[in-house]
Ligand binder design. Sequence first.
Ligand SMILES: Cc1cc2nc3c(=O)[nH]c(=O)nc-3n(C[C@H](O)[C@H](O)[C@H](O)COP(=O)(O)O)c2cc1C
Length: 248
Amino acid sequence: MKSPKEKIGERFQQETKYDPERMDGHTLDWSRQPKPFKDYKAPLAIVPLPEPDLTGDPHLWQLLYSRRSRREYDAGRSLTTEKLSALFWAAQGITARYGEVLFRTAPSAGGLYPVETYLLVRMVEGLEQGIYHFRPQAFDLEFLQKGDLARDLSEAALGQQLVMAAQVTFIWTAVVERSRWKYRQRAYRYIYLDAGHIGENLYLAAGALGLGCCAIGAFYDDKVNTIIGVDGIEEAAIYMATVGWPQE
Ligand SMILES: Cc1cc2nc3c(=O)[nH]c(=O)nc-3n(C[C@H](O)[C@H](O)[C@H](O)COP(=O)(O)O)c2cc1C
């Protein structure tokens, strides 16, 4: 039996500590800064997203008060692309530009934005079922894979049924080097914090639109990585969330 200090979680926390006695003067190599955005070379299609539908209850205090994880959805009702746009915009939308850096609705350590968003579409008006990749810089979707993959993703999420009924499931990955380039091993802490901010933004936006949302942290990592086609090392699935019309 390993002592608790040798386990990976404890090692991760200890070895990524900042310690004033052990700061080693790491400098940044700007010529090796990774690209802040991901574009596919040959997606099946590029789907422009409409103006976000930001109507609904805008009262933040009420939204915070009523936020709950909702797992029961009205599976037969479609989502509009305007509402989908609002969800993307709230989670990862670009709100300001300073030089090269495109600031977003959710904060990110060092403004490096290592989190990418994929979407499993089960029922959205005007969108084929399948897997899409969101491009915040263009505010559109790259269509990567056709088909009803809700059952596969549900199985990858340890059989959780909510994925089968939700209109869409967000799948967030981290492109690790974007953050590791600057923060080295401490990057792994920041990546998960970034994903948490994005997740909460999605919860609140879903609430404002009358939709239900549920975070999913329980999944077989490599099954999800395979469904969206990432290697699980340099880019790996870290978090998911379902969104759908709540069951009355
Ligand atoms: C990191 C994280 C992972 C979670 N994973 C799951 C999950 O896999 N399945 C699920 O049904 N709920 C999941 N949840 C939702 C929690 O169960 C839920 O937030 C908690 O029970 C509190 O309920 P509330 O969100 O309604 O306040 C997750 C929440 C977080 C923050």
